[in-house]
Design a protein around this ligand. Sequence first.
Ligand code: GTP
Ligand code: ZN
Length: 341
Amino acid sequence: MGFGPFFQQQLSLDEFDAATPARVTARDGLILQLITPSGFQRLTLPGGWRALPVDEQPVVGDWLLLDAAGVAQRLLERSSFLARRAAGHGHHLQPMAANLSTLFIVTSCNQDFNPSRLERYLTLAQEGGAAPVIVLTKADLLENPADLLRQAQRLAPGLIALALDARQTEARTLLAPWLGEGETVAFVGSSGVGKSTLINTLRGEAAQATGAIREDDAHGRHTTTSRQLLPLEGGAWLLDTPGMRELRVEASDAGLEAVFADVAALAERCRFRDCGHQQDDGCAVRAAVDDGEIDVRRLENFLKLQREQGYLRESAHESRDRQRKFSKMVNSAKVTKFGRR
Ligand SMILES: Nc1nc2c(ncn2[C@@H]2O[C@H](COP(=O)(O)OP(=O)(O)OP(=O)(O)O)[C@@H](O)[C@H]2O)c(=O)[nH]1
Ligand SMILES: [Zn+2]
């Protein structure tokens, strides 16, 4: 189930004796599907949990400690956490997944291959703490995917990229290093790149039975709930939520700096501290582009993601500002009303 030393070490002696670790396999409102050492079970979270900030509430992949009576005690600290920031709502966070070891970023060897989109996904993985692996599907449609693989590998320091035919069982062998006992993985990528095909290949026999299970709810009715954490053949867990598959990504500051480490390092050498890397005047980044060291496309995507990041921050700031002005106005209106002006 992936309950390794990282989680074990978070238990106190008492908890070690009396508490049961349970992993969240799905969540619907306050209803959690859990897997525990004694099997799958369903748990309604006490309402108080809802008052917690969203990122402190259980999400698929989380480890929850249950006391002897089966009551949820606390969430264990996460090894990774993917959340998306919904644009337009300031910094509203939408938790996606917890405790992923690997995020497979899937793209195909044909028209879908888009370095800028991959860089976006990479910043997400980087910020969340899940190790990214790029998977190029439909390799069978190319004579030689080596060139695309090289392009993909260059997108972040130390990045691994693989090319495969998602329909062939050989894909299992290629991905096996990331699918060992207790690992938790997820797949992201645009529609049609072959995620479902690949997942079916990896699940093998297990794929025939879907994630849906029938259970009796509190009123004795049969309900069908979909588990979103599914066992794979090598002992790994696949985290497969609708949100994960449809993930649209926003850039993040920390993620940007890591994925664009080359640009960030060059930027240190620009003549002006606040260099926007738009003009050649003393700009080390532009110079690297001219020397062919960095793709123009990569630099432009970096600047674009950085701008988006700025907008998000600004909109959160603006809404705070607006609120402040509003309460000021309300206060001064009160003062006027009582004739103190
Ligand atoms: N030739 C070839 N075709 C593939 C490969 N992988 C997937 N396909 C085909 O591509 C089409 C789309 O694959 P899906 O697995 O449905 O893609 P998806 O990413 O799950 O798409 P959504 O479900 O829309 O998110 C299907 O017709 C697959 O058979 C591959 O490696 N090689
Ligand atoms: Zn510059």
